[in-house]
Write a protein that binds this ligand. Structure first.
Ligand SMILES: *[C@@H]1O[C@H](CO)[C@@H](O)[C@H](O)[C@H]1NC(C)=O
Ligand SMILES: *[C@@H]1O[C@H](CO)[C@@H](O)[C@H](O)[C@H]1NC(C)=O
Ligand SMILES: *[C@@H]1O[C@H](CO)[C@@H](O)[C@H](O)[C@H]1NC(C)=O
Ligand SMILES: *[C@@H]1O[C@H](CO)[C@@H](O)[C@H](O)[C@H]1NC(C)=O
Length: 644
């Protein structure tokens, strides 16, 4: 445990070195004034033995190093106070602290302060972190206690003796990420939180009641436990108030009955018609009519084009691109029992179990008229010639002017996306760390192979995303939908394909050899955090802002162990390696294409990763890590002070 924590701290430390190195910062002087200010601040404290080395004759900071206990320095200026677990009491002189222009985070955790909450809003719009937990602060917090604190992201008030309502101004903080309010005596209803960046708001063990606002419905249940009467997601639904029921209920029931009757009647009529049609059709039907109906149930298959295809289907031959594979034709696929797998951005895909045994996937592409027939055939043969353990092989295809079918094997275990985001059953275990590592290594190898095979293509994959990473029964990844850029219609590609969501395309209309690397980076971050990259949901270029927010949030601000997917098991002794992968993900997601790694570097770094941290990692980093011992101090606070 300790070692893990150390490694993490070490990483935080290394990472903030990078942050700091990147920052252009003018060293603030005025050391002396700041020293006076701090001594003034100290005057109002009691039991301050811990601060005995606060002495004007010692300078406060040299560079990033602090010489006064509990001070945090950055580039020669005081940016944080971390007075934790020092048995301090007395008055917190906020007024004095306002004279420290670079102050970004203050922590008085686990001391013996009491009385009302200090008037922190006087510190204004620059403060990022406030840590007051584990004291004896008490009384109501005024509603406007946090007004104007537009940079505040982390507020920890837990385990005090606060009473009354949760202050409205706290809920209105625009970029609040974490708030610990648990273990107090807050009562009344929970206000709606406005921040779009909320990560964890813990309200457990208070006296709160009423509905949980929508903004908090994604928090874990444990954030609400130990209250009197909270209801609504993620807890049990609220019971609607009894008074209002009777009249409305009668109206609703009546309306429902009428609607149901209408549906039944309509259904009977339609059914009558359909049977008639069927009977008419059957006279001229081919023997396989019944199996065809299976397909036709799905709307997609009722388009005129489809009908035509299947009428002539006896003569329709599939083009096989691999010699070793068993032959079948479209007719066999139609005869097989089919199941719609889903409809992606290109068209629907179907799973068909052939009578002879194998299960195939048929994927329909409507927007593949970029190249003519011969060229298409030639390119498909080329794809068929690819062979790599991490590529889903193309088996056959079918060419028709308006649409193409690509036929591949069916992969049992579904896609990485479905494992990360689409769990049917909440008890189903998430992918563990060794599995995730194996997956990303496989993805990297498959991608490297594509780069080697298509040296002249800008986007050898072009559509790398978690739903295109399929998993076989051993959770080995198989890349799907690769190398299709040359045959997809340009407009459609730019609207839907993953590569075109990259910053270089959304901003500068260009893609480069490093664009697939960006997709790889997103995949890494998605896999480690369990978060879905929301921009993929949007079509066309509009997704950019969302992506920026997401990458920023994950990479720049959640740069700690907390960022990892809670469902990821088997992380013991691997946290250093996980952080390395996170860093790799970030380097792949670098917006500046010049600075972004190219694929060979990314693959090399990924290949170097191990399941467990090696001894050498923690022994050499541990000593530096020591100084960052509390959660009040993360690089987050550092990076804020650099940026703010
Ligand atoms: C500060 O340090 C000097 C010299 O080390 C010492 O003489 C002085 O008493 C100290 N002042 C305080 C307030 O501790
Ligand atoms: C703070 O630390 C970082 C890393 O050592 C360094 O790059 C930066 O220059 C330091 N700032 C000062 C003023 O020493
Ligand atoms: C909660 O999570 C779901 C799915 O992850 C998301 O669609 C929804 O927007 C989230 N709600 C809030 C209030 O964050
Ligand atoms: C919230 O706080 C309680 C202690 O009051 C703790 O048991 C629980 O794990 C916390 N939940 C979250 C999501 O932090």
């Amino acid at each position: 445990m300790q070692i893990m924590a150390r490694t993490r701290r070490t990483w935080n430390w290394l990472i903030l070195l990078v942050h700091v190195a990147l920052a252009c910062f003018v060293v603030a002087s005025g050391d002396l004034e700041e020293a006076e200010t701090l001594l003034k601040f100290k005057e109002s404290l009691s039991d301050d033995i811990a601060l005995s080395n606060w002495n004007e004759s010692i300078s406060l900071c040299t560079g990033n190093e602090s010489h006064w206990k509990g001070l945090m320095c950055l580039n020669g200026a005081v940016f944080g106070l971390q007075l934790e677990g020092m048995g301090l009491r007395g008055m917190i002189n906020i007024e004095a602290l306002t004279k420290l222009p670079n102050l970004r985070t203050i922590s008085f955790m686990n001391n013996a302060f009491d009385g009302p909450m200090p008037q922190v809003k006087e510190l204004g719009g620059a403060l990022r972190g406030l840590f007051l937990s584990g004291n004896k602060f008490s009384g109501n917090i005024p509603d406007d206690a946090f007004t104007g604190m537009k940079s505040l992201r982390r507020v920890y008030l837990e385990n005090n003796e606060f009473t009354g309502k949760i202050p409205k101004s706290l809920a209105k903080l625009p970029i609040l990420a974490d708030a610990g309010l648990h273990g107090n005596q807050f009562d009344g209803e929970i206000p709606d939180f406005v921040s779009k960046q909320l990560r964890n708001v813990n309200l457990s063990n208070n006296r709160l009641q009423g509905p949980i606002p929508d903004s908090l419905q994604n928090m874990s249940q444990s954030s609400f436990s130990g209250n009197n009467g909270l209801c609504g997601k993620p807890l049990d639904p609220c019971k609607s108030k009894k008074k209002a029921i009777p009249k409305i209920a009668i109206i609703i029931v009546a309306a429902a009955v009428v609607a149901l009757a209408a549906i039944i009647i309509a259904w009977c009529i339609l059914r009558g018609r359909r049977t008639k049609k069927k009977q008419l059709g059957q006279s001229s039907a081919k023997p396989n009519k019944k199996e065809l109906a299976n397909y036709k149930q799905h709307k997609e298959y009722q388009s005129p084009g489809r009908q035509e295809t299947y009428k002539k289907s006896e003569s329709v031959k599939l083009d096989f691109v691999r010699n070793e594979r068993e032959r079948f034709d479209l007719q066999d696929l139609l005869r097989a029992s089919a199941e719609v797998l889903g409809s992606g951005s290109f068209g629907s895909s179907y799973k068909a179990k052939l009578l002879t045994g194998p299960t195939m996937v048929v994927k329909r592409f409507r927007n593949m008229s970029n190249v003519g027939r011969n060229e298409f055939h030639e390119y498909m043969r080329r794809l068929g010639g690819l062979s790599h353990p991490n590529l889903l092989p193309l088996v056959a295809f079918y060419y028709k002017k308006g649409e193409k079918l690509l036929i591949t094997d069916f992969v049992k275990n579904g896609s990485l996306a479905s494992h990360l985001h689409g769990k049917q059953n909440p008890n189903q275990p998430g992918l563990d760390w060794p599995t995730r590592l194996r997956i990303i290594k496989g993805v990297a190898r498959g991608l490297a192979y594509l780069y080697k095979e298509f040296p002249s293509q800008t986007l050898p994959h072009g559509h790398l995303k978690s739903s295109n990473v399929l998993l076989d029964q051993n959770f080995e990844p198989l890349l799907a939908d690769y190398a299709l850029v040359p045959v997809i219609n340009k407009e459609h590609a730019q609207q839907f394909m993953a590569a075109y969501k990259s910053p270089e395309f959304t901003q500068h209309d260009r893609t480069t050899k490093k664009t697939d690397v960006w997709s790889l980076g997103i995949l890494i971050l998605e896999m480690l955090t369990g978060k879905f990259p929301a921009n993929y949901l949007k079509q066309g270029k509009g997704g950019n802002a969302d992506l920026a927010a997401w990458v920023n949030l994950v990479v720049r601000e959640e740069w700690t162990g907390e960022v990892f997917d809670k469902d990821m098991k088997g992380t013991k002794n691997g946290e250093g390696e996980m952080l390395k992968l996170l860093k790799i993900g970030m380097c792949c997601c670098e917006w500046n294409v010049e600075r972004r790694w190219d694929l060979t570097v990314a693959v090399k770094k990924i290949e170097e990763l191990k399941e467990r941290d090696s001894d050498e990692d923690y022994s050499s980093y541990a000593s530096e890590g020591e100084m960052y011992s509390s959660r009040a101090m993360t690089d987050e606070d550092f990076s804020f002070s650099v940026n703010g």
